[in-house]
Design a binder for this molecule. Structure first.
Ligand code: 0GY
Length: 313
């Protein structure tokens, strides 16, 4: 019998890409010994934003990728899930796999109903392919507007994809930088599906959480009752740094308090592109009670909301 994989234990750390791939020089592999969180997540908690990378030998990285990461397998993800106390995962297709969703689908099939997925598809995806993704547990597609991660796709093409997935009851996950929201606002508001925004729309946290930039994002959520936000990635957004990520707290707390039924939390493991700032996943879980300060808010954020969005069927 093989030994149980435990974060920090034998077989956990990964510092290479397998198959014909070489991990980027300077790539920050995920934390080699994540701490055990002090905060105990409620029963049934969902890590609603995480990824798998490869392994490259089994699931090749896409030719059009902008980075080559270290491998980060489904087995490692399940070990982290159990270590942190989560019961379920939402696995988001990472850009290093382009529109080849095989690694995510393989993980979903392995998870026995304990994971759902968000895919990336191109305009020529067939109805049969969409149905197969749905059957595997995919419940959304991701549109990425972060220029360092993807080449631009024209809005009309994206709208066409949104129209195709709407009848499946799927949503669209959108990833963009706060400075680009004024230009993208009208497009987002016009899409015929629920929207789930990655990492609060990446606010510049040196500005005020009540200032004009974040106010525009809050306006989008107020005006569109089917816009959700992941209150995620304090490690990505912070300037003040770990473990407190104090400067990100007002942004996340504001969303949790104003939209308690439309917020999601996730670890973002294995933390693409964090390079020398790879976070301790235990600290990220200990951050949760700072932004969701009551048991009720924590249950909605970690259990009720993701279950409604991803496990209603
Ligand atoms: C994240 C953030 C990033 C990368 C990706 O799919 C990806 O490559 O999402 C990033 O570099 O900001 O949410 O994982």
């Amino acid at each position: 019998m093989s030994a149980v994989l435990v974060p920090g234990g034998p077989g956990w750390a990964s510092n290479a890409a397998s198959g014909p791939f070489t991990m980027d020089a300077g790539w920050g592999a995920f934390h080699p010994r994540p701490s055990k969180p002090r905060f105990v997540v409620p029963p049934g908690a969902v890590d609603a934003h995480c990824h798998v990378f490869g392994p490259g030998a089994e699931f090749p990285y896409a030719p059009e990728r902008k980075y080559t990461p270290c491998d980060a397998s489904k087995h490692q993800l399940w070990a982290l899930r159990d270590w942190l106390g989560f019961e379920r995962n939402v696995i988001v297709q990472a850009t290093c796999h382009g529109a080849d969703n095989r690694a995510v689908v393989d993980a979903l099939r392995d998870a026995n109903g304990r994971a759902r997925g968000v895919a990336t598809v191109k305009a020529d995806v067939t109805d049969a392919e969409l149905r197969a993704l749905d059957e595997a547990g995919v419940r959304g597609v991701r549109f990425n507007f972060v220029k360092r991660l993807v080449d631009t796709t024209p809005p009309d093409v994206l709208r066409g994809i949104a129209e195709r997935v709407a009848p499946l009851g799927w949503h669209v996950v959108i990833y963009f930088e706060a400075v680009d929201l004024p230009e993208l606002y009208g497009f987002f508001a016009s899409l015929p599906v629920p929207l789930v925004v990655d990492h609060m729309g990446r606010p510049d946290v040196t500005k005020s959480a009540d200032g004009a930039e974040f106010e525009l994002f809050v306006k989008l959520m107020r005006e569109r009752p089917n816009v959700w936000s992941k209150v995620t990635c304090p490690d990505r957004l912070t300037k003040s740094g770990p473990p407190g990520h104090d400067d990100v707290v007002p942004f996340a707390k504001r969303l949790v308090e104003e939209f308690p039924d439309r917020v999601l939390y996730g670890t973002d493991w294995p933390h693409p592109n964090m390079k020398d700032k790879v976070p301790d996943d235990g600290h990220l879980v200990d951050w949760i009670p700072r932004i969701a300060t009551t048991a009720d808010a924590q249950r909605r954020l970690l259990v009720d909301n993701p279950m409604r969005l991803y496990w209603s069927r």
